[in-house]
Write a protein that binds this ligand. Structure first.
Ligand code: NAP
Length: 284
């Protein structure tokens, strides 16, 4: 069997087109969806992410307000002040504080200060709590993208065994809750899991979010399983690789995401969808 490829580029283009239409509907009612982006310091990867988010936003008609702050001049207090201003600004629909923040800043305090109704990353405890309660508002963008990819691949999680590898707050944990809400029987694996191969071989759906190239071996995959690879690992050759041995896994899986071109493009699309959703609530 050779797995069907789940094309994240194509699906994200579809999501962005839906967003573009919803943005246009907001603008027609006098509301321009607006995302405030806060970047502290000059981490090169963060600068690339922020630039890409700005580009995508412009493409779909979302306005952005950039706040680029020097690491040295910025304190937890000054950042909290900025977040309070953005919280109070009625024209700002979404606030994104790019992570990681420099070590001297209390990142938890900053994320807690974001108004949950503008927390388009979905990382605020209020939004994560709603997700756990099965009443989501803003869902973290990467797991939301994974769910959309499963849907587009025709995979209904109901009644299936799903394995999420990784338990981070931004990917693994919310992913597990989304699968649970979709009626899968969910297992979460992590660095202390003793027999990962066995867990993988039982799973109808595997979501790998670890950050270790080719950790999941192709021969572990249950024939016909759906494999969503969140991992983005830079190899010594400079190439990007996922957490799954793609070539091996595609011989057994029913459907699989490539890296790059799978989950990656879905994350920014999900962010844009959250911003327009917030703006729609301003429209009323
Ligand atoms: P993270 O916070 O570092 O979490 C990694 C998780 O993997 C942890 O829960 C860790 O377990 C677990 N783990 C480590 N070694 C393991 C092993 N040998 N077996 C099983 N589990 C193991 O990472 P993250 O932020 O969730 O990101 C995960 C990957 O996704 C990274 O490659 C990242 O670049 C990528 N990512 C991609 C996107 C995208 O848009 N495509 C978005 C976000 C992240 P413990 O909890 O026990 O330490």
């Amino acid at each position: 069997m050779t797995a069907a490829l789940i094309d994240g580029k194509a699906v994200s283009a579809q999501v962005l087109e839906e967003v573009r239409q919803r943005v246009a509907a907001c603008v027609a009612k006098g509301v321009t969806p607006t995302l405030a982006v806060v970047l502290v310091g000059d981490d090169p990867a963060s600068q690339i992410y922020v630039r890409n988010k700005g580009r995508r936003a412009a493409e779909v008609g979302i306005a952005t307000r950039d706040h680029r702050l020097g690491a040295k001049e910025t304190t937890t207090e000054s950042l909290l002040e900025l977040v309070a201003q953005l919280d109070a600004d009625p024209e700002v629909d979404g606030i994104l504080v790019q992570l990681p923040l420099p070590g001297h800043i209390d990142a938890d305090a900053v994320l807690l200060a974001i108004d949950p109704a503008k927390d388009v990353d979905g990382f605020h405890p209020d939004n994560l709590g709603r997700l756990v309660l099965g009443k989501p508002r803003f869902v973290p963008c990467t797991p939301a993208g994974c769910m959309r990819l499963l849907q587009e691949a025709g995979v209904d999680p109901a009644g299936k065994r799903a394995l999420v590898i990784g338990r981070s707050t931004i990917v693994g944990k919310p992913m597990a809750h989304l699968l649970l809400a979709a009626n899968a029987t969910v297992t979460i694996a992590h660095s202390r899991t003793t027999n990962l191969a066995e867990e993988v071989s039982r799973a109808d759906i595997v979501v790998a979010a670890v950050g270790r190239a080719h950790l999941v071996r192709g021969e572990w995959i249950k024939p016909g399983a759906a494999v969503i690879d969140v991992g983005m690992n830079r190899l010594d050759t400079g190439k990007l690789a996922g957490d799954v041995d793609f070539e091996g896994a595609r011989q057994r899986a029913g459907a699989i995401t490539p890296v790059p071109g799978g989950v990656g493009p879905m994350t920014i699309a999900g962010l844009m969808a959250n911003v327009v959703r917030s703006a729609e609530s301003r429209v009323g």
